[in-house]
Design a protein around this ligand. Structure first.
Ligand code: ISL
Ligand code: CA
Length: 556
């Protein structure tokens, strides 16, 4: 296995709209981010993934791009961006941009032009005639990620267009080679500025089955066998690589419903179409079938089983990414551990796992001080198109109350509430009276300033782990072996490499659990490296682990 910068790096995701507002309009912006660079440097991260900063009418808050070469004026100017990039690089922080190329905004020039059947842009999108006698039925049975048909009828054109997400996000037609040429040009534009790579949004949806045939009937993502991991993925990713390779750019592909064999298809070292991928198993231990609305009680066994598959499956061949949160997920505290009782210990336990598994950790803004989800009970308080659409859809299945409960638990807005900087008005996010999305009222207790000042905070624990990981390659390179696989409470594993051995043990229960170390561990001279309690056992021994106790032992 090759040593690489990205394997040793810790990434941080910024959702610009909610990070920091500099001009009192209640919306985060680039100048706001610049004002917090010291905070990021202090945290110790090596790279940032920016959720979209491009011009967008905000049907999906930036994931609907109307101009790939412009900065959203709400966030600032291109000059602001260049300045931010320079400052981050000066601080040795790499920058990766969000590359959203499965679809554009319906306000994008290409789509507007494409509504003229004689335009060269018409074929940039999937325009099709409808089915049925009057063409009033969609061209096929595919459904959108945001519920309902994936097709929208356009009166002016007299045809339907495909949108795997919102109707304002028409899918680009990669059967037309000119589309890829445009995208290559966009890649160059950003790479020439000096960005270090891309997080590639739903990248495995790019290749659709020729003819767009009907999918097998399915209650969710109908047609997915025709639009996920399609036959031309290597060809299309290869065309992106023609440009990326020239700049040695890093990529992480967001890959819906991926598994180990598919990940190896894209990321095998020496034959990379993508550097790494995001797999979603780490955030599916509290739902059924990877559908977050199908809530189930958190299962540590489910989590351990899927993580083991990835830890073993990619080892020595490719590279994992690790994450508990992003802008599409509810906060992990409250899902995998209690948001109130022993919140700090629980958040630190999850930090311990994130930093000690094999793979590159991604921290989502606010996660580093144990931010929890907001529980909004009025659908009108939600801003997210996905929340609104799935709420409507779920009302028919679970009733209004059930739909609201599920939305409150898993909505994406949970992660998008403004960053809680301090205990002043609106959490120090903005001077404005109102914010684009509600602030979580618990900011008075949970905020960055409090966490900076409290030596026992989640934030200071993250900082410590990041420092440890940076100075000790046994966190990075090393095999994974887990013990007590059937335990529903204990997650214990060994990481072994030429840099030494780490033994990690976590109690995922919010109560005392007795623990006996495996013989092979107890027989060796492991010593305590760090823990989320200040009086944990100095060596692995028979003990009662306290609620969410997490310990890292080291053997040189
Ligand atoms: O968020 C989801 C469900 O909760 C996912 O289905 C999500 O839509 C999927 O992972 C794709 O996400 C990405 O592309 C979307 C965008 O809305 C998401 O924010 C983005 O991360 C369309 O661009
Ligand atoms: Ca602003």
């Amino acid at each position: 296995m090759k040593n690489q910068w990205y394997k040793e790096a810790v990434f941080y995701q910024i959702y610009p709209r909610s990070f920091k507002d500099s001009n009192s309009d209640g919306i985060g912006d680039i100048k706001g981010i610049i004002s917090k660079i010291d905070y990021l440097v202090d945290l110790g991260i090596d790279a940032i993934w920016f959720s979209p900063l491009y011009a967008s009418p905000n049907a999906d808050y930036g994931y609907d791009i109307s101009d790939y070469k412009a900065i959203n004026p709400e966030y600032g100017t291109m000059e602001d961006f260049d300045k931010m990039l320079k400052l981050l690089h000066k601080n040795n922080i790499k920058v990766i941009m969000d590359l959203v190329i499965n679809h554009t905004s319906d306000q994008h020039e290409w789509f507007q032009q494409s509504r003229d059947v004689n335009s060269k842009y018409h074929d940039y999108y999937y325009w099709r005639d409808g089915k049925g006698k009057w063409g009033k039925k969609p061209p096929n049975n595919w459904t959108s990620f945001f519920a309902g048909s994936a097709w929208q009828y356009d009166e002016k054109v007299g045809k339907w267009y495909l949108h795997l997400f919102d109707k304002n996000q028409p899918d680009l037609n990669y059967f037309n080679p000119n589309v890829m040429k445009e995208i290559q040009d966009i890649l160059r534009f950003w790479l020439d500025k000096g960005v270090d790579g891309f997080r590639c949004d739903v990248i495995t949806l790019l290749s659709k089955t020729f003819g767009l045939p009907n999918g097998a009937p399915s209650p969710a993502l109908c047609g997915r066998e025709h639009y996920i991991d399609g036959p031309r993925m290597e060809e299309l990713l290869g065309q992106l690589q023609e440009v990326l390779r020239e700049y040695d750019a890093f990529t992480v592909g967001e890959s819906v419903l991926i598994n180990v064999p598919k990940a190896l298809r894209y990321t095998t070292e020496g034959n990379e179409y993508l550097t790494t991928v995001f797999a979603f198993d780490s955030v599916n231990a509290d739902n059924y079938f990877g559908l977050k609305q199908l809530v189930r009680p958190f299962s540590l066994r489910k989590l351990k089983n899927s993580m083991r598959t990835w830890q073993h499956g990619l080892y020595g061949k490719s590279w994992n990414t690790l994450f508990w949160e992003n802008h599409d997920q509810a906060r992990i505290v409250g899902r995998y551990c209690d948001p109130v009782v022993n919140r700090v210990e629980g958040a630190k336990m999850l930090a311990t796992v994130l930093m000690t598994l094999s793979g590159t950790p991604f921290i989502y803004q606010g996660q580093e001080f144990g931010t929890t989800s907001i529980r909004m009970t009025d659908i009108n308080d939600y801003q997210d198109v996905e929340a609104k659409r799935t709420y409507e859809m779920m009302k028919g299945i679970f009733g209004a109350k059930g739909a609201m409960k599920r939305t409150a638990y898993c909505s994406r807005d949970n992660a998008r509430t403004p960053m809680q900087w301090d205990d002043s008005k609106n959490a120090g996010f903005t001077d404005a009276d109102t914010t684009w999305l509600k602030v979580n009222p618990n900011y008075v207790q949970i905020n960055a300033k409090q966490a900076q000042e409290d030596p026992n905070s989640v934030l200071n624990y993250y900082k410590k782990l990041i420092r440890l990981r940076k100075n000790d390659k046994s966190f990075v390179y090393g095999t994974y072996k887990d013990y007590y696989r059937n335990s529903a409470k204990i997650w214990a594993y060994l990481r072994e490499s030429e840099y030494g051995k780490l033994f990690v043990v976590c109690n995922f229960a919010n109560k005392d659990v007795s623990f006996t170390p495996p013989k092979e561990i107890a027989n060796q001279n492991f010593t305590l490296l760090t823990s989320n309690y200040d009086d944990s056992c100095q060596t692995p021994q028979k003990t009662k682990l306290r609620p969410y106790e997490a310990i890292i032992y080291k053997l040189q």
